[in-house]
Design a protein around this ligand. Sequence first.
Ligand code: 5GP
Ligand code: MG
Ligand code: MG
Length: 178
Amino acid sequence: MDKFYVPSWDDIESAVIEVGRTLLLDGFVPDVLVAIATGGLIPAKLLSDLLDVNSIREVEAKFYKSVGVTGSKPVIRSAHLDGIENRKVLVVDDVSDSGETLNAVVNLVSMFSPKAVKTATLYVKPWARTVPDYYHSKIDRWIVFPWDKWAVVRENPSVDVANIEKFKQINELLRSLH
Ligand code: 5GP
Ligand code: MG
Ligand code: MG
């Protein structure tokens, strides 16, 4: 089995639409999205436009150093959470793996006295200890998103993604300038 799962933009769009539909069928219409940067930024933007939510806040968290390799716990590097008091908040990330990142961000968001907090990701790993309230599907491999594929390819040049030759040229140019 392939070590990586590489969803297309079309797969991402389908996943976002499914997550949005599930939220609405559950009667949860968020007032504010909290994106977990950086991987959750684009899913949060897509969901905000789909659901006509005009308020996005952001928490920057870092856990994985490279494919499958974590630090000891997720580190919150910055948080912009103004105006979420007494609001229905949806925390959005691209994927929940162990669930530690979602836990850390939900704990932080809860300190700002929101009316409600729910979580959504596009994908979840089958072993996640914290499963988001809403997600599209379970994937048991490392997911290479359209928005982080160059970071993965830089360390794993054999991953099969579109435009890899153009990336390698840019990467060589970059190195020659360092
Ligand atoms: P957790 O804290 O649930 O173990 O990991 C979640 C965070 O790590 C997410 O913010 C996500 O950006 C990153 N992450 C975990 N698994 C994957 C994966 O398979 N692919 C990518 N691209 N990021 C992942
Ligand atoms: Mg992330
Ligand atoms: Mg704009």
